[in-house]
Design a protein around this ligand. Structure first.
Ligand SMILES: C[S@@+](CC[C@H](N)C(=O)[O-])C[C@H]1O[C@@H](n2cnc3c(N)ncnc32)[C@H](O)[C@@H]1O
Length: 256
């Protein structure tokens, strides 16, 4: 089983592959993804090999990335001025979505301290400066008190009154138990303020529409949209999706 930190390298590799497609065929461009791909690193190669066995895996990464990019852009257009990335890994939206800098949005990235250290070291080495509106917060989402402890620092100006926030939980649910997912939803409701939304993806083997709806309800959130990735493929790409899109779901929910 791949180390959980290294799973983010496999995702970065999918995003690097997307960025190498011709301009007219890309769903997004992530010029920094290649830096995080960990070519030749044993942990990264294990993670890439494990995910390569999952049908539709690379396809779902490109589709979910675009879906969540669009969510962030739409929420900024609706007035959100904070983006909170839970289990951020090597997410580069703070650096690549022009709307973030243009609208004075702050980005709060949450992950294990070791993952933040890897990210900083890689960007440092590449000479990429971290923008002042990006900050890293250490947290183990599985720890029962971790999110409660984060609410303070986030409320401390992070989720500005009336402006709402957009939260992302991308590629993370597979690594945390249901009670941690529920606490994370509750955290969004408590820390986010009115109008806040979360986008997250999940596997159909873990949740169905009903079980997900009851977890959202328990966490104080209402579903806004819940799609399988075959539907997301039809939204963004011509033709019929390859088999396997129904194995993956992606959803948006909002604070009740
Ligand atoms: C598959 S990667 C996805 C990274 C990123 N969200 C993306 O889509 O590129 C999973 C990330 O979740 C983080 N993660 C997993 N379990 C976590 C936990 N209990 N607390 C904090 N972060 C966690 C890992 O460290 C890793 O960076």
């Amino acid at each position: 089983m791949a180390d959980v930190l290294d799973t983010a390298r496999a995702i970065a590799r999918c995003r690097a592959a997307e960025s190498a497609r011709p301009a007219g065929e890309r769903l997004f461009e992530d010029p920094l993804a290649r830096l995080f791909a960990g070519d030749g690193d044993a942990g990264a190669e294990d993670a890439v090999a494990a995910f390569a066995r999952v049908p539709f895996f690379a396809e779902q990464v490109r589709l979910r990335t675009r879906y969540l990019d669009d969510l962030v852009r739409a929420e900024i257009a609706r007035g959100a001025r904070d983006v909170v990335v839970l289990g951020a890994g090597f997410d580069t939206r703070a650096l690549r979505l022009a709307e973030i800098a243009r609208h004075g949005v702050r980005v709060h990235e949450i992950d294990f301290p070791e993952q933040h250290a890897r990210r900083r070291a890689t960007l440092d080495q590449a000479g990429v400066a971290l923008p002042s509106y990006l900050r890293f917060l250490d947290c183990d989402l599985s720890h029962p008190d971790a999110l409660a402890n984060l609410t303070g620092p986030l409320a401390d100006g992070a989720c500005r009154p009336g402006s709402g926030a957009v939260f992302l939980l991308e590629g993370v649910i597979s690594y945390i138990e249901d009670d941690a997912v529920e606490r994370t939803f509750r955290f969004v409701a408590d820390a986010g303020g009115p109008g806040s939304r979360i986008g997250f993806n999940y596997t159909a083997s873990r949740f169905n529409r009903r079980s997900l709806a009851s977890l959202l309800e328990a966490g104080g959130l209402n579903p806004v949209e819940d799609l399988d990735l075959a539907a997301v493929h039809r939204r963004y790409l011509p033709g019929e999706p390859p088999p396997g899109g129904d194995l993956f779901g992606i959803a948006t929910a909002e604070r009740r």
